[in-house]
Ligand binder design. Structure first.
Ligand code: NAD
Length: 671
């Protein structure tokens, strides 16, 4: 297809004439069939809703076809309307556009749906089993057309993938405002999501899927490497290195697939179990895992050899994680670090595969007999926790890796609680990410080169390294280790071949670092050292973006971890300080109803206007969370906040007084 055919296809939007029906691509991963949740009146409503996108002359054909999709897949994806062109990140100018900012959003959407990047591209799912960009292909086609035609005096409004339309605004306003899965709080159970999603009126946007900010597994490699490295440091005796240490976990999917690569970067041996052969094949072909074992005896032999030789390797076990934990306990294999990254935010619809069932059996059972499947998942979780407990009694450090493992295991009645009613194991945010990163303002800052040219990415890597080298010279001791880790990361990033899809880079940075990096990129664009605009953004999983009591805000101890003011304020604040698009989601990471998260994207085009916006918005985007974490009495955040107030004119934040515990005990107990 030529460039102009591609442009014309986008400008056509929903085609006038019906395209031919499209079979599913057998070579790629597909979403499992979703459970049958609608009664017959609701099924009619789902079909009626889907037909809203099309001229009535097509309704006789489409009504039957959509009903077939509903029965076959449990959702109406509108497969016939999947475009014929390849969906992927391209140079900004290849997208038809009247607004550069809108073209950048098109690039980001396209990357999220690229077959090399997305988990279930035909079903518009980017990662996490149900992290959707759109609910159906009509929404995609219409959104791309709106973006192609819009000016900088309009804003596109998206409700859970549905493009409500373009509304007049002004050039300083965001070009797109995205909400995903926002519902009335009392209607936020998992079945409410299933029902509303099947009706085509709501979707689970995960964090970076429905906000168009996914940059492939690289996004999580950095965070995972930081987590594993710091966990390793935490358990290491003085002077002991990482050599010969073993990390065991599960999942080689969208995000979890980063674990073996990250463990390798941290210098730790890893065994990651994965039940889906296609997921293993993808990661193996990308070079993200070194070896694949489908036989348990062979796995044990290889692990023992690697530990004895202190040889860093990453091994995928083609099978269930429960079997690994149990067998390793029986064989006395000492596991230094353990976690889990099955998709337990989505336990009943393909996120977790129970032990004792084959992959195919599970896929059948979850749609044909959901109650029995639920029982199998819970039995498996109880077994998994029992085996993990055997390891931790011998000294393994186990942590929840933000996939709702502890929460779902507790709901399954597993032996996961302490006598004081708390989880036996910490979340990675409580012990590692919270006090070491988020409370100092460090989070997953990222950028994407809109030329789609690797040479531009190389230039940005160099600029980033130089920028951090300058900053570390003046960094206080409290953050020197973080800065040094991040400098090493950016020095190695090119060599580690992390790019899958768009020319993107992630680099943990604090408010000062993010502003300095963005300013340096903007200047380089103005000087034409970078050939096209750059998008900056971040994962929602960050200092300020997410209120999630079992993950990002699990180290908030003032009773406010079940509030969501921070995430909502964050998005509102970003939207009037210069963000190009903002997004606010229910769910993401740990599950529907369990978290509110938000994020932004901003286009840097080398102008003074962009320089002003980036300074104004990034200082808020980080310091909103620092202020809240400080108010919760987190000492690292109080330190960071004081430092920020010293160097940022106009920043005046309420700082807590710390009360004496003994005095409170006396006051309360004495009454
Ligand atoms: N901590 C973080 O920073 C962070 C970041 C991203 C995602 N997450 C969470 O981690 C989880 C995984 O994310 P993802 O994008 O990789 O999801 P995913 O669905 O793409 O991958 C999970 C993988 O686990 C496999 N699996 C399920 N049950 C298994 C079992 N019993 N044994 C072995 N393999 C099994 C699945 O086949 C799948 O490939 C999600 O809950 C996500 O929300 C955490």
């Amino acid at each position: 297809m030529t460039g102009s055919d591609f442009k014309n296809s986008i400008l056509e939007g929903i085609p006038e004439a019906l395209p031919d029906p499209k079979p599913l691509n057998p070579d790629i991963n597909h979403a499992p069939k979703r459970k049958d949740i609608l009664n017959s009146d609701e099924k009619k409503l789902a079909v009626r809703n889907a037909l809203r996108y099309f001229h009535p002359k097509h309704h006789p054909v489409l009504a039957r076809e959509f009903m077939d999709e509903l029965l076959t897949f449990g959702r109406i994806y509108m497969h016939r309307f999947r475009p014929d062109y390849e969906i992927r990140a391209r140079h900004l100018d290849e997208f038809p556009h009247c607004s550069v900012q809108a073209a950048a959003i098109m690039l980001m959407i396209s990357n999220n749906l690229d077959v090399r990047v997305a988990q279930h591209p035909d079903e518009l799912i980017t990662y996490g089993g149900n992290g959707a960009v759109f609910q159906n292909w009509a929404q995609y086609l219409l959104t791309m057309k709106y973006l192609a035609e819009m000016s900088d005096d309009q804003t596109l409004v998206l409700y859970s993938g549905h493009p409500l339309g373009l509304f007049p605004s002004h050039k300083e306003a965001p070009r797109a405002v995205v909400t995903n899965g926002m519902v009335i709080p009392n209607y936020s159970s998992p079945d409410d999501l299933e029902r509303m999603n099947t009706l085509g009126v709501s979707q689970y946007g995960q964090m970076t899927a429905g906000s168009f900010m996914y940059i492939g597994p690289q996004g999580i490699v950095h965070g995972t490497a930081i987590t594993i490295l710091n966990a390793g440091r935490m358990i290491s005796k003085k002077g002991e290195g990482m050599g010969g240490k073993l990390f065991v976990s599960s999942g080689l999917g969208g995000m979890s697939g980063a674990q073996p690569k990250a463990a390798g970067i941290a210098g730790i041996i890893s065994v990651i179990a994965e039940v889906n052969p296609k997921a293993i094949q993808t990661r193996h072909s990308q070079g993200w895992i070194d070896e694949v074992c489908s036989d348990m005896e062979n796995l044990i032999r290889r692990v023992n050899q690697a530990i004895a030789a202190k040889k860093v390797t990453s091994i995928a076990y083609a099978g269930n994680i429960v079997d690994v934990w149990e067998k390793f306990a029986d064989e006395n294999i000492y596991v230094d670090l353990g976690s889990d990254q099955t998709s337990l935010h989505n336990p009943w619809a393909g996120g977790y595969y129970p032990a004792g069932l084959s992959f195919e059996e599970s896929n059948r059972m979850m749609s044909e007999d959901p109650a029995k499947f639920r029982e199998s998942v819970q039995t498996s979780l109880r077994r998994q926790v029992d085996a993990i407990n055997r390891h931790t009694r011998r000294g393994t450090y186990f942590f929840d890796y933000g996939n709702a493992f502890l929460l779902e295991a507790s709901r399954a009645g597993a032996d996961i609680m302490n006598t004081n009613g708390e989880f036996r194991y910490p979340s990675y945010v409580q012990d590692i990410m919270g006090p070491m990163c988020f409370d100092y303002g460090f989070g997953p800052f990222r950028w994407i080169c809109c030329s789609n040219d690797p040479a531009d990415l190389g230039v940005t890597d160099k600029i980033a390294e130089e920028t951090l080298q300058k900053l570390i010279e003046k960094s206080p001791d409290e953050i020197k280790q973080q800065m040094a880790d991040n400098i090493l990361w950016i020095q190695e990033a090119g060599k580690n071949r992390l790019v899958v899809g768009s020319q993107a880079r992630i680099l943990y940075a604090d408010a000062e670092g993010r502003i300095a990096l963005a300013e340096a990129f903007n200047k380089a664009i103005a000087e034409r050292r970078i050939s096209a605009p750059v998008v900056i953004g971040r994962d929602h999983h960050d200092v300020s973006g997410t209120d999630s009591p079992y993950r990002e805000t699990s180290n908030i101890y003032d009773g406010s971890k079940f509030t969501a003011d921070m995430a909502v304020q964050n998005v509102i604040g970003d939207s009037f300080r210069g963000a190009t698009w903002v997004s606010l989601h229910n769910g993401g990471g740990v599950g529907w109803g369990e978290v509110i998260n938000g994020g932004f994207g901003m286009v840097l085009d080398g102008t003074i206007d962009a320089a002003n916006k980036l300074r104004m918005m990034l200082q808020w985007d980080v310091n909103n969370g620092i202020a809240r974490r400080s108010w919760a009495r987190n000492k690292e955040a109080i330190f960071t906040l004081r430092r920020e107030m010293d160097r940022t004119p106009g920043l005046m934040v309420t700082v807590p007084y710390i009360a004496d515990d003994e005095l409170i005990d006396d006051a309360v107990m004495g009454k």
